[in-house]
Design a protein around this ligand. Structure first.
Ligand code: ZN
Length: 491
């Protein structure tokens, strides 16, 4: 057998192996050194944009910077970061925070945006009185509201309200554009009854034979004019004297009712004053002093209605009404002298002064009526004592002179009290009525003193005449020969 010759392998020496490894390491190191790049890296911690609600806190998370190798990242080094900029948490807005890092001539800068914002809407609070309501068909009357916002504070005067379809819609926005809307439901109701108005008043008088006429109006706060729907119950019979009641009722559409009543008196037509035929204790002479004035024309109309003639003792206190003297004379009334000035101190200073004033007024009468008067009444009456302080004994001398001149003076025996005692029409009426009764009981005609410059006195005349006619009296105007009551002279 042939022996196989063993071929022994040749081993590399240890030094060779080391050399190879070294060479390889050197190549790798060179590659690393060649490829590796150093850089400054700056990174935010947290989000790039941060939203902060107004009122919340904010803590900046900062940023990290390091000097790092791209191939051998474990070879890094922390670098200090500086922060600039700040966030005002009390003011909404967009804030920028800048982070900066510097190392070995490298500079890095990054920013973060912090938005401080208000996303909470304002709040509206409505005031409401549980007792209050809005009548149907009426606009809502605001009971009040307020609005406040966490950021803007009080926004009450920025609230816009609008009424529509039974609701009031309130809206308001804050300065960040957050808005809120609140709805109030209007509480409609009708608690007021209609109001009935009776034209002519609740008491009216008709004379027998006249046509009964009446008019009324009804209005309701919700339904408006209801006049046409008023139910009227009446049984007025103007052919029969008596007192009748007319009832007016109305209900509104929500069941509130109203009633009004009117008393209708039907009475016999007042008699016309009969033509005077001689004077008696049933004669009434109505006399009016100190005018003509603002109510004289009206008085002439009232007298005319009853065919009553009266007597006017005139002054020139109200020249604008002087025409009433002519009107009165033309209607058959007697127009006499009272005084032009009615100034006691002047007219009772001397006889000359008295007659000068008398003649001046008589000239006015003549100008208005066409003739002078021989009839007069002393201011204050013949019994006045005021004249004592101006001239002792003058009333006695004037009364005597009047007789010599052919003048007749008239005092009165019925005082109405309208010159100071009262301003009440019914008191004037009562005073006159009881005075007239006293006169007829004592067998003398009544010479009644009233003042046609007092409206409340003129207002009593129609009732005085009606009372007189119903009680059998006759009214007449004074003539120079009429009964002339004279007070006792005191000066
Ligand atoms: Zn007088």
């Amino acid at each position: 057998m042939a022996k196989t010759k063993k071929t022994a392998k040749k081993k590399l020496p240890v030094t060779g192996i080391i050399a190879i490894i070294a060479a390889f390491a050197a190549v790798v190191a060179c590659a690393v050194l060649f490829l590796n790049k150093w850089s400054l890296e700056l990174k935010l911690i947290g989000e790039e944009t941060v939203h902060v609600e107004y009122g919340d806190t904010y803590t900046d998370e900062g940023a990290d910077a390091e000097w790092s190798a791209s191939v051998l990242p474990f070879l890094n080094e922390k670098v200090e970061v500086t922060t600039e900029g700040n966030v005002d948490l009390k003011k909404t807005g967009t804030y920028t925070i800048t982070y900066k890092a510097d190392y070995k001539n490298e500079h890095q800068e990054i920013t973060r945006t912090v938005i401080v914002e208000d996303t909470i809407p304002p709040q509206i609070v409505l005031k409401s009185d549980p007792e209050s309501y809005t009548p149907f068909n009426h606009p809502y009357e605001e009971e009040g509201f307020s609005a406040s916002d966490n950021y803007d504070g009080d926004l009450s005067d920025k609230v816009v309200s609008e009424e529509s379809d039974g609701e009031v819609i309130y809206t308001v926005s804050d300065s960040s554009g957050n808005s809120v809307k609140l709805v109030r439901t209007i509480n409609y109701d009708d608690r007021e009854p209609p109001v009935i108005e009776l034209s002519g008043g609740s008491e009216v008088t008709f004379y027998v034979g006249e046509k009964f006429y009446h008019e009324w109006f009804a209005t309701d706060d919700c339904d408006g004019d209801l006049s046409e729907q008023v139910k009227v119950e009446q049984n007025v019979d103007t052919s029969t004297p008596g007192t009748y009641t007319v009832t007016y009722t109305i209900a509104d559409s929500h069941g509130n009712e109203a009633t009004a009543t009117r008393t209708v008196t039907v009475k016999e037509k007042p008699k016309n004053n009969p033509a005077p035929s001689g004077e008696s204790s049933k004669t009434i002479y109505l006399t009016f002093d100190d005018g003509p004035g603002a109510y004289t024309d009206e008085l002439l109309g009232i007298l005319d209605q009853y065919n009553v003639k009266a007597t006017f003792f005139t002054t020139s206190a109200y020249p604008a009404y002087a025409y009433c003297m002519g009107k009165a004379a033309a209607a058959g009334h007697t127009v006499c002298v009272h005084s032009q000035t009615h100034n006691y101190a002047q007219i009772y200073s001397s006889e000359e002064a008295y007659w000068a004033d008398f003649n001046a007024q008589n000239a006015v009468i003549a100008a208005q009526t066409g003739s002078y008067s021989t009839m007069f009444r002393f201011p204050g009456g013949s019994s006045n004592t005021v004249s004592r302080s101006y001239n002792t004994g003058i009333m006695s001398r004037l009364a005597a002179q009047a007789g010599q001149y052919g003048y007749t003076y008239f005092d009165w025996n019925v005082s109405s009290g309208d010159a100071g005692e009262t301003t009440s029409t019914s008191v004037v009426y009562q005073n006159v009525i009881s005075g007239i009764q006293w006169c007829s009981n004592n067998g003398v005609p009544a010479v009644v003193l009233q003042h046609d410059v007092k409206s409340y006195s003129v207002a009593a005349v129609a009732d005085i005449i009606e009372w007189g006619l119903e009680n059998g009296y006759t009214f007449a105007a004074l003539t120079p020969g009429s009964y002339a009551p004279h007070h006792g002279i005191n000066n």
